[in-house]
Design a protein. Structure first.
Length: 98
């Protein structure tokens, strides 16, 4: 009977290089994914902060517009004109349309 020799599974240099390169690629992909995920969440937080500031400014603008409307109302103008001793004359008002 012949003895069957067992062959050890040896990797060639090319196979070792491919395996190492594949492992490095996997590690690099995981690192990039974590880094990009952190960057995206940071950007989302900044966007929410900016949206909050925009909302606050819009509320402030709306409040100021309401104050302007109150101050330019006919009743307010009439009371100021009476305090100054002036009269409100509609004939002197000119409306400009563009």
């Amino acid at each position: 009977m012949k003895k069957v020799k067992k062959r050890k599974a040896k990797f060639t240099k090319g196979e070792k290089f491919i395996y190492v390169l594949g492992a490095l690629c996997l590690v690099a992909i995981f690192v990039v994914k974590v880094f990009c995920g952190a960057s995206i969440s940071n950007l989302k937080m900044n966007i929410e902060k900016i949206n909050y500031k925009i909302e606050q400014q819009e509320n402030k603008n709306e409040s100021l517009a309401m104050q302007v409307n109150e101050l330019t109302s006919y009743e307010n103008l009439d009371s100021i004109l009476k305090e100054m001793g002036l009269a409100y004359n509609n004939e002197n008002i000119i409306i400009v349309d563009e």
